[in-house]
Every structure is written in structure tokens, then in C-alpha cells.
Design a protein. Sequence first.
Length: 211
Amino acid sequence: MTDAQAKAYSLLDDYRIDPHDLDIHPGFIKNESDLLVEIGFGNGEVLAEFAASNPTWNCIGVEVFRPGIGALIRRCQQGNLVNIRIAETDGLTLLEALPDSSVSLVFVFFPDPWPKTRHHRRRLVTEEFVDLTSHKLKVGGLVCLATDWEHYAQQMDTVFKNHSILEGGPSERYELRPKTRFEHRGEKLGHGIWDFQYRRVKSQHTGTQST
């Protein structure tokens, strides 16, 4: 961690959201604002840009990489961003804590690909993740993903397409997603970039289509 990141990280309590005690954030979780959740925000460039461009949205970033958390807090300070909270935990823990049908948008950009076969079970995007995400999305809510690993891209598309209340597939880059350092790195290594979008189109209980 750089000195600047460490200093910013020391202010985490000003931005922290605790998945085990969401009741202390009623205005942030249970109001009429749209809610974005970004899982694995890296250095926070996507989340900060989205929050700045959409000040009426509430945004939760999930990350365990402390230099990245410090970097995002610096961005919040520099941009006077008051609509961001940070969960220093894993993505499944945060999603499990959120109320069902509470999230309008989920970002998962360049998650750890765990490229070795014996490590594939550690990947975030699995059937369990998709099922959980589908419950947390509002009807009409969207999950956007990107990876520069072809095998992971195939896995993402397979597990999402097998879910009954989600529709979507390969897409162009989400319009508000800037290129991250992970994407630039992948391109330099000659990797392709795969983007996906899936929308919740049915109510879990009634099976009705969204309008």
C-alpha cells in the first residue's frame, strides 16, 4: 500500500457497510434509490465514475484488496462522492445479506480467473452465484460481467443461460464501463475481452414477465 492509500484506508469506517448489520444503513439499502453493487472493484475507477455520473444512485463496492479500498476512498474524497459504501468482504457474503429484489445493477468486471483447472472451484461466477444474484436483482435489474479469459467467459455464459428467470448473453461493453487496468493488461497479453449482460425478466414467485 502506498502512504496515500494507507492514509485513505484509515478512513474506511466513514464508508464501511457491514453485511452483518445492514439495519444501521436503512436509508442506503431500503429507500427508493436504485442500488448498484460492484463485486471486486479493484482500484475503484469504475465504481467512482459510475457514482459521479449517477448521483441519485446508491453504490456498494465489495473488495478485500486493501490498497484498492484505499484507492477508492481517495477517489471518493477527491470527487466528493457521498453515494458510495464499501464492504470489505467477499461477494457472496454481501449478496446474501441484501434484501431480495433490492438491486438494480450488478457489476463483475475481470474477476480472478483462477486459470488452473484444480482452482476453477474458487471462481466467483458459479451456479450458486447466479442463483443468489437472481434473487437479489429487481425484476428488470441487470448484471454486467467482463473477463479476458475465454474459458471463464464460457463458464459465465453457461451458468447464466441455465437460469430460468434471467435472459441475456454476450454484449458490447457496458456503456458506462471505462477500460480498467486489468483490461489493458489483458489486451497487451493478446487476450480477447468478453462482455455479458443478463437481465432478470421474471418474478421468482409468480413467473410473470417484466413489463
